[in-house]
Design a protein around this ligand. Structure first.
Ligand code: ATP
Ligand code: MG
Length: 556
């Protein structure tokens, strides 16, 4: 393997360098705080690599904390999948998994503290009224008529909210900050709502749930987070993050730092939209290999190392982070190039009969699994009277410069002889069904006499090859920004050819590989045995990525 690549310096690393140098912190503590309301996507991978990567690089710790404050949308399936993803990417959280719900009791106590200080009140405005009172970007809000209740009354009402005396949505607890603030987040934000919902961890214990902004900063403080890294949309929430921590007695005050979200061309990075693809049956599930989810990328054959390298290359900054899919594919390809054993497979087979094949004369050769890695070993590449080649390696009327097979032309079979096509066999409809070729027996491991044969094609002995289902995946969308069109739905840009399933042939050595084994199929691309469907007696391969970036050319 390549030597580990050095980290790329960025502004958050500079903040940490300074905090460690000045002694502000002895060590750093970060966290990755997903909401278990969907599977993680490639954008989350960026955040995981950042938070866990910093902890690793600076000898600190990183927590995994579920932000489980929206019970209706959350599930243990999602929480499980997220833990699997973090570990698969190569990271391990410090200690136990944390849950915001672990702090529900403390969060409640802090709310009581805020009420006691006259900094929170129970409101009874309806959602519509609340919107109206909030004002707009250009207009100040106005105070709720319930804003000046006494501390005693607020304490009593809040306790009764918890006890279930009021119906869902009838009351909220709000911070008393400033309805005239230019920052709408500071206009008395709601921090608790009444919601009779079953929670994946606390069941039916709570009828009131804390809001994200309130929960997040306190959870960070309780865990001793030093640097709370989040995406830019939270920049305007930072004053609220700081306000809450400034007004309660918490052990520390983490620094929130924002960076830009990753947006990847030709896909969508929003759990809501990904969920739509799943529920509408446009993909086979969250782990469909076309999905930009970590589960999907894994099933497709992407490597954790490749994804981590991608995260390193795209960097961390506050400016737009729109990246072309080709960058991600390039990282995967580079990683697999060095790692994946190379074998032959035929995905659109055309039968070739070697007319002068003679078992006693025609010999097989052994071939190494990787030109730069002799330690990967070798295997025999058997030849027989009938072989498979790729349909598009033959052309009856070839274009200029054609180096593959044509009638009367010669080509070398990889790791084997030079053959010449003598005859084309067609069916009644005129389709080519078979080629009849002759072997030049004097070309095994040496050049033919008196002429040059430039083309080399891959092939398999029909007698030895094992059938395989091969899933050819392509990008899920045809547009670089499927969700960037005002007047069109992102689903209008689904690529109808994003999956083609073919029956092909593979070498026997790969048919018995364990699930999630990656290979290069020579001249075709990188393929991976399917995590779930590949079984003994039923080979199933997913195309991870082609050998070259053919997309730009084809589409352009
Ligand atoms: P989505 O918008 O896809 O639903 P989210 O932000 O609601 O994502 P969370 O579970 O809250 O999802 O995200 C967990 C962490 O991952 C957050 O810190 C969030 O900022 C970060 N994150 C989410 N999407 C991206 C992205 N595209 N690029 C970088 N970080 C991201
Ligand atoms: Mg979120």
């Amino acid at each position: 393997m390549n030597s580990p690549t050095p980290p790329v310096q960025h502004f958050i690393r500079t903040v940490i360098d300074n905090d460690l140098a000045s002694g502000k912190h002895g060590a750093i503590q970060t966290r990755f705080p997903p909401e278990p309301n969907g599977y993680l996507h490639v954008g989350h991978a960026k955040s995981i690599c950042l938070n866990f990567g910093l902890a690793q690089d600076f000898g600190g710790r990183c927590n995994l904390r579920f932000d489980d404050t929206n019970p209706e949308k959350e599930s243990t399936e999602y929480a499980q999948a997220i833990q699997e993803d973090v570990q698969w990417l190569g990271f391990q959280w410090a200690g136990e998994v944390r849950w915001a719900s672990d702090y529900f009791e403390k969060l409640y106590e802090y709310a009581v503290e805020l009420i006691g200080k006259g900094l929170a009140y129970v409101d009874e405005l309806t959602p519509e009224q609340m919107r109206e009172y909030r004002g707009t970007l250009t207009e100040k809000g106005k105070n709720s008529p319930y804003r000046d209740r006494s501390v005693a009354e607020n304490l009593d009402l809040f306790a009764r909210m918890r006890a279930g005396e009021f119906p869902d949505g009838a009351k909220t607890l709000r911070l008393k900050i400033d309805m005239a603030s230019p920052n709408i987040n500071l206009r008395d934000p709601v921090i608790y709502r009444i919601r009779r919902a079953h929670h994946i961890r606390t069941s039916d214990k709570w009828l009131i749930y804390p809001m994200y902004d309130y929960t997040h900063c306190i959870s960070d403080a309780l865990e001793g987070i030093t640097h709370s890294l989040c995406t830019l949309e939270f920049e305007d929430h930072r004053p609220l993050y700081d306000w809450v921590l400034d007004h309660i007695s918490v052990p520390c005050h983490p620094q929130q730092i924002e960076f830009s979200r990753l947006e990847l061309h030709y896909t969508v990075t929003s759990k809501r939209k990904l969920l739509q693809l799943v529920t509408q049956g446009l993909v086979s599930g969250w782990d469909d290999p076309r999905m930009p989810t970590i589960h999907g990328m894994r099933r497709r054959g992407y490597t954790p190392e490749g994804i981590r390298e991608f995260a390193r290359r795209i960097g961390i900054s506050k400016s737009e982070n729109v990246v072309d899919m080709a960058v991600l594919e390039g990282c995967i390809r580079e990683d697999l190039e060095a790692k994946a054993p190379r074998v032959m497979a035929v995905i659109r087979p055309l039968k070739v009969t070697l007319t002068n094949f003679e078992a006693s004369v025609t010999a097989s050769r052994s071939a190494g699994f990787h030109p730069n890695h002799p330690e990967f070993g070798e295997r025999d590449v058997p030849i027989a009277k009938e072989i498979w080649i790729e349909q598009d390696d033959f052309a009856e009327t070839p274009p200029a410069g054609w180096q593959r097979l044509t009638v009367g032309g010669e080509v070398r079979l990889r790791y084997s002889y030079v053959i010449k096509c003598d005859e084309v066999v067609k069916d009644a409809a005129g389709n080519v069904t078979e080629l009849r070729c002759s072997i030049d027996h004097d070309t095994l491991g040496k050049n033919p006499q008196g002429r040059k044969v430039k083309g080399v094609i891959h092939w398999l002995s029909a007698e030895h090859a094992v059938p395989a289902e091969i899933r050819l995946y392509d990008r899920l969308f045809t547009d670089p920004e499927p969700d960037g069109h005002k007047d069109r739905d992102f689903l209008d840009f689904i690529n109808p050819h994003s999956l083609e399933t073919v029956q092909g042939w593979v070498e026997p050595v790969v048919a018995n590989a364990a699930p999630e084994t990656r290979y290069q199929f020579e001249r075709l691309g990188y393929f991976c045995t399917d995590r779930f469907d590949h079984q003994p007696g039923k080979a199933v391969f997913n195309r991870t990525v082609t050998l070259k970036d053919s997309w730009a050319k084809e589409q352009g």
